[in-house]
Design a protein around this ligand. Sequence first.
Ligand code: GUN
Ligand code: FE
Length: 444
Amino acid sequence: ESSVAASQETFAIRGDIVWSRHASNLQWAKDGYLVVVDGVCKGVFQELPAEYEGIDVRDRTGRLVIPGMTDIHVHAPQYAFRGLGMDLELLEWLNTHTFPEEKKYADLSYADRAYSIFADDMLHSPTTRAVVFGTLHVEPTELLMDKLEATGLKTFVGKVNMDRNSPDYLCEKDAQASLADTVRWLDEVESKGYVNTKPILTPRFTPTCTDELMEGLGRLKQERGLPLQSHLSENLSEIDWVHGLAPWSSCYGQTYEHAGQMDGEGHVVMAHCNYSTDEEIAIMKKHGVFVATCPQSNMQLSSGIAPIRRYLVEGMNVGLGTDVAGGASLSMFRAVADLVGCSKLRWRLVDQNLKPLSTAEAFYVATVGGGSFFGKVGSFEEGYEADILVLDDSQIRTTLECDPSERVERYMYLAEEGGRMVEKYVAGRLVVRDDRLVGSKAPA
Ligand code: GUN
Ligand code: FE
């Protein structure tokens, strides 16, 4: 492991490079060069420019080279039970499966075992960046952050806040206790000096947070310039519940805005937004809120279908999440395919005015869309941080001659049938390499 001190690290990857410039279509270069200087893309070139002659060229001829994916909504402490209990809707599912599992993380040795698996699987997934829920427990959430820091992936991680309407075994004593734990957690995280891992405020959702807690978190957000994540308009029973708890509010989203949680510097991400009204959409637009759409979770928990075409037309920030364990799969490739499929069902069954998303558009949401929560991330255009996946698609066999963008399209749908990750880079730094696959020729 070499540390790059003052000197810049410059290299190029040669291969079949595919990325998004705009949402509408994929750019590609067969046998192109992606040049990276000091962790940042200089662009994709068909011939290596003279100024880069003699740099380290990593020959990955025949391999696909695409931007890393941002999983903008995932619950680390739900990883263990993904794929189980998919027969319930949200509120029942939380009480039956989710809360009993999250309780276990009070035990650091359980958290250590479970988060080791989560961090390792994240490292080997298509995800280079993620926005992550922990549990309400301080030390176990720090343990999760230690493990994610060590992967080299870049993440925001939240200690969850919940002080009402939760089982006794998973409920903070009151708003003061919840806020005190949050401040202690933030101070401890600061003293750890993480490079890759940052804290994000995480009220679970309005039903489990008292007004006093919501307002306290809003103040903390503004005082410390922190980002914030929560859930919004995911399920119809949940929305009814919020109207009962906050009869003064014009919409669910206003409960976060009213508490000051959409003000200040740090970005805000709201998971789902399946049923956002015009008023709620206006609030999100006003504050530049990121919508985290989670299509697989919306199917598995029978939650609904998000109007993602509308959000894109309205110019909103939209990213893609797995929402494990609402969604069973940690694969962002699978999430891309699910997003396309859900948009087609919405078009067919709900609203013929909103045409479905193409694979290229869903790819854009998974890369540039969610990546922009982290800055210039998710593309290979000049100035973007170099989050790179090198993929081997030689085992996804076909008689067709596909161009690189078509091969990426197939990869999104067929990754599980023989797709293999050769390398993964985060901001120019190698975090995964499969030595058996490095070399210009695919092994038999
Ligand atoms: N709303 C509140 N908590 C959760 C959760 O853990 N998962 C999902 N999908 N929605 C939630
Ligand atoms: Fe969620």
